[in-house]
Design a protein around this ligand. Sequence first.
Ligand code: GLY
Length: 248
Amino acid sequence: MTAKELRQKYLSYFENKGHKIIPSASLVPEHDPTVLFTTAGMHPLVPYLLGQDHPQGKRLTNVQKCLRTDDIEDVGDNWHNTFFEMLGNWSLGEYWKEEAITWSFEFLTKELGLDPNRISVTVFGGDPEIDSVGVDEESVVIWKKLGIPDERIYQLGKADNWWGPVGDSGPCGPDTEMFYDTGKAEHGQVCRPGESCGKYTEIWNDVFMEYNRNKDGKYEKLAQRNVDTGMGVERMVGVLQGRDNVYD
Ligand code: GLY
């Protein structure tokens, strides 16, 4: 599958689920003064995540150009880029975890044909830094219902399963990430999704953006619950073409 085919497949899948296709915004953010570059699809959408009505409605899908340097130490391994394109589907205060996770799984296994037995997931397992938010049991239940066994559902803390804000303040929330087992032999002391042992590569992230981190570092509930998902185009094409790195 080429990048072009993947983009088209993704956008039409979510268009069929009632999403409107919106164009990529500029790499230089227009609405978000907390970052120098658009590092994720959420930056151009911040006003709408905070509750402003989007002219295209509550379900959106896009391919956003991103430039990300917060994980610069990882760039140069097999799977991290600075510039990349990110496929996303958005619920602006509308559908929630059940739909988001079910559609992610269906897209990966039915539309892209990935073997469900090679998919592992991580969910937010709580973190002392955000003691007001507990384990994301709801996502665990949904993954189990979809057939992912306990041993492939990992509960991890903020460093792995909390997305945003990239700057000091803004919308954020727990996430559930999907990983593909590349088939490489395990090596290193800990080899699991989220560790850089090379066996598992992250292919998609569903963020449940229902919090705002304020300027004092406190987490407050947003007025609405949003879904923000992100799938790297180059990485997914690499996986689908059986490459072992994103550069090929
Ligand atoms: N949109 C969520 C992410 O960047 O992973």
